[in-house]
Ligand binder design. Structure first.
Ligand SMILES: Nc1ncnc2c1ncn2[C@@H]1O[C@H](COP(=O)(O)OP(=O)(O)OP(=O)(O)O)[C@@H](O)[C@H]1O
Ligand code: SF4
Ligand SMILES: [Mg+2]
Length: 321
């Protein structure tokens, strides 16, 4: 395996077993992440972004199961039924930050005590040394002066500050990979940009690889190195961020970009994508985007397209290419 690749998921499939139906939430996901890279995963609500990322360390809800696929992390197979191995990887090597930081923190303990507990329990750092470790990590996420924020409770902090505290907790064990699942979607624009800058800073200083999930393509231009676009549980386009933003190939990616507000259109209605968000329990044959695609052809109704190479590192699943 290329030593530059930190994570490689191949043909990953995750199904959700409901009482009277089964849904393919993640379908044949092929994903690569290089060391020190920031990868953004973009797609509409319900397209399987969270399920794919939870699948990487089998953190899935009870009703969901990985039915096929392989995941290599740092050159080693992640065995999905090896709970011992998974426990060592989660948090320590791959950690997560989710959207609602305030709800994820325990309201009964100060931010510092919560991070300290993590150092003592998971990192086995002696209690006497742990406070200094917490102060260091609070500084690294710009919660300064760290002594002050150590004793603050979550309700005393703003949403953005709580998200910084969650990020502090997630990076405390110096993981190789941080998966940030819509960490900024409940924050105002300025705070959102501050969190993106913080993540970029941590990416550089700690050589931290980041997978950043968002449904907002407008925020990743100067942030992500590469982009993956998902639709209906599948990756439909992937490649270098600048290349995809400049030269999108899949009609869904083009439609997403058209929906971005532009200065010259400020008096017009915003564009939207025609049709309904894909319903994973009732997908069409062929290309899953066909009910909404303005370029649909006969072949699109019959068979799902395979990935085609557009240019070095840029791939898309569409018969037009
Ligand atoms: N805890 C759960 N139990 C059962 N099904 C779930 C659960 N969470 C998500 N799903 C289903 O899995 C599918 C993929 O959902 P997922 O949460 O991965 O989408 P998403 O792209 O992350 O959406 P969003 O942008 O809204 O977070 C959807 O059909 C969703 O209804
Ligand atoms: S494969 Fe066909 S339906 Fe699907 S996006 Fe391409 S043109 Fe549209
Ligand atoms: Mg999600």
């Amino acid at each position: 395996m290329n030593s530059n690749i930190l994570l490689k998921a191949s043909k990953l499939n995750t199904r959700i077993f409901y009482k009277d139906s089964v849904v393919n939430a993640v379908c044949d996901l092929d994903l690569e992440l290089r060391e020190k890279e920031i990868l953004a995963i973009i797609g509409e609500s319900g397209c399987g972004k969270t399920m794919s990322m939870l699948s990487l360390t089998n953190l899935l809800p009870q009703s969901a199961k990985i039915t096929e696929g392989q995941i290599l992390f740092n050159g080693k197979d992640i065995e999905m039924d090896n709970e011992d191995q998974l426990r060592k990887i989660r948090g320590a090597q791959i950690s997560y930050v989710f959207q609602d930081a305030t709800a994820s923190l325990n309201p009964l303990f100060s931010v510092g005590e919560q991070i300290r507990e993590m150092f003592i329990t998971h990192e086995k750092i002696p209690s006497a040394e742990s406070k200094n470790k917490v102060l260091e990590v609070l500084e690294s996420v710009n919660l300064k002066p760290a002594e002050k924020y150590y004793s603050y409770y979550p309700h005393q902090l703003s949403g953005g500050m709580n998200q910084r505290a969650m990020i502090a907790m997630a990076i405390a064990s110096k993981p190789k990979l941080l998966i940030a699942d819509e960490p900024t979607s409940s924050l105002d624009r300025i705070t959102e940009m501050q969190i993106l800058n913080l993540l970029r800073d941590l990416n550089k200083k700690m050589n931290l690889s980041i997978i950043f999930i968002t449904h907002n393509i407008s925020i990743i231009e100067n942030f992500a190195d590469r982009i993956v676009i998902m639709y209906a549980g599948r990756i439909i386009e992937k490649g270098d961020a600048k290349e995809i933003l400049r030269n999108p190939k899949h009609p869904y990616t083009k439609a997403l970009l058209k929906c971005l507000p532009k200065k010259e259109n400020k008096d017009k209605f915003l564009n939207t994508i025609e049709g309904n968000v894909a319903d994973l329990s009732d997908l069409p044959d062929g290309c899953k985007f066909n009910p909404r695609c303005p370029y649909v052809m006969d072949v699109c109704l019959k068979e799902e397209p395979e990935f085609k190479k557009v240019s070095e590192g840029h791939f898309t699943k569409c018969y037009l290419e």
